[in-house]
Design a binder for this molecule. Structure first.
Ligand code: ADP
Ligand code: MG
Length: 224
């Protein structure tokens, strides 16, 4: 049995900034295997983004432990976290988060370079990735010259170019019409393989329908 891509044990996250602590996540225990496409649903404020941020190593839990591809994540080791983020995780956002001054190809190539690919390889891989999602005629367009659906496909290429084991998507279709949303979900689903998992937060029942497993969150807990 290969180890799961993700194993969370009793993960909690408390925000202490306000007058009283907010328990954004309370005792999340969860395993996600390669080949899974997990949808996280639940009302606004239930902890979906907080959970994705921890899975993406962008935030650290207040307590609990996490294994990524069988290895314990040391949330205090900043350099290791950065390397893991650049090699093992691809992140897709609701508002795409592309760099506006860079072309589609540059946005993707930058991620490839950050992950350690050599210049020529990074460029070729990025170009191939964009061609594969039908953006061959948009390589040199900047985000402002692209439609929402095209921007999200560029962002997906950026999330895939370094072949991460874990793809995280926070409301990836939240800013798209239903046709472009469906195309983006098809594309995300097509990227799942035995050694890769996808976790997607979504408000949309339609989007959750693409998943192989659906988790419902409420008040920082997984309730079903
Ligand atoms: P969701 O994505 O399901 O809408 P979030 O994970 O964004 O929920 O938020 C969960 C709870 O944690 C909410 O009560 C939210 O206000 C709170 N929260 C999220 N991020 C922070 C933060 N950086 N500081 C303080 N509270 C936060
Ligand atoms: Mg959210």
């Amino acid at each position: 049995m290969p180890s799961p891509i993700i194993a969370l044990q009793s993960i909690s996250r408390v925000f202490d900034s306000g007058p009283q602590p907010i328990h954004a996540l309370s005792g999340i225990t969860l395993q996600i295997a390669g080949g899974e496409f997990v949808a996280l649903s639940g009302p606004s404020g239930s902890g979906k983004s907080t959970l994705l941020n921890i899975l993406g190593l962008a935030d650290r839990p207040t307590s609990g432990s996490m294994l990524l591809s069988g290895k314990v994540v040391d949330f205090s080791a900043e350099a290791t976290l950065t390397a893991l983020r650049r090699n093992s995780i691809g992140y897709i956002f609701q508002y795409f988060n592309l760099l506006p001054a860079m072309s589609a190809l540059e946005n993707v190539t930058m991620m490839a370079l950050l992950s350690g690919m050599q210049h020529e390889g990074a460029y070729e891989k990025s170009r191939a990735q964009l061609l594969a999602v039908g953006l061959g005629a948009r390589l040199h367009h900047r985000p402002g010259q692209l439609s929402g659906g095209e921007m999200q496909r560029v962002a997906i290429c950026r999330a895939l170019v370094h072949a991460p084991a874990l793809i995280l998507a926070d409301e990836p279709t939240g800013n798209l019409d239903s046709t472009n949303g469906a195309a983006v979900l098809d594309l995300i689903r097509s990227q799942i393989s035995a050694d890769r998992a996808v976790v997607m937060a979504t408000h949309s029942a339609e989007a959750a329908g693409y998943a192989t497993r659906s988790l419902l969150m409420h008040d920082g807990k997984i309730v079903s």
